[in-house]
Design a binder for this molecule. Sequence first.
Ligand code: SF4
Length: 330
Amino acid sequence: MTLQNVKMGLMPTGDQKFRRDVSRSLEVPIHLDDEEVSLAKSAPKNLYELFGTSATADEKDIKKKYYDLQKLCHPDVAGPEGEEMCILLNDAWELLSDPEKRKDYDAQIELAKPAALMKVAPEVSTDLAPTWKGARKTLKHHSDYTGIPLSRSKWTQVPPEDRGEKHAQEKMVFVDEWACICCRNCCDVAPQTFCIQNDNGRANVYTQWGNSEEYLDYAVASCPVDCIYWVSREELQVLEYVTAEKMVEEKGQLPCPLSFMQGMLNEPPNDPFAEANRFKAKREEDERRKQLASKDDATAKMEVWFQRILKVFENLSEKLRRSVMPYIQK
Ligand code: SF4
């Protein structure tokens, strides 16, 4: 049995008996000799493992690993046997440093996983009714998009005399938290709808239609920085989601909205509407990619990379392999 016949766990061969290496998700035929088993188990299974990073690592981290490994394997340092490894590293870096190619590669990794290991994305609600179930949510960690707003809604409970045009149009209110100057006006005008958040001190909406349309309209109109907007339910769920995700990313540390006007910030504060448009465009693009890629195609492409990596590692001298392994196992 040659090492080329060693298959990833994704593509078991025939009725061979396998034992599972749980930590690396690789299945290795049990009749390989010890050296072959050891190499097949320790060789990286994909390009992220080749650089010893996670699949979510940013480009800067991957670049650093790329340079570290290149320095080790460069033929001037490691001799001619480092050449194949350097070519592999160059090709891997060329792919991962190109955002479009990396997205395709990530999609292939996900698609090529056995069904049991695939990340099950939560179902995204397509319901756009003006009321939905659930209490106000505050995201503490990055979370998947569900298509359900984070505020709650009392749209159906508004007494008829408190309804108006916006209610008939099923509009909701949204606060741009980056622009809010924490004056509390909206909370005073419509306290059953707006609140000041403990963590960042900015206003947001905890209950849609907690007050009459007249009060909500007044809160919107009297905000001194015009950062409260009437939006549709569909816009609301995306705006609330991207705002919450950005808050998690920025750990709730928002710059003072006046500092940009005073020239103390180089970049304008975050724009949740632009963020929402980017998010929607990305979702559409991800959907398009998913429809284009097939599981068989992705598995075959991953196998090609795996076999190439394995071949390079097979040809490394023991000494060079020992030098490289601490980098890829980090
Ligand atoms: S009125 Fe406007 S600026 Fe004042 S707390 Fe409410 S949203 Fe913020």
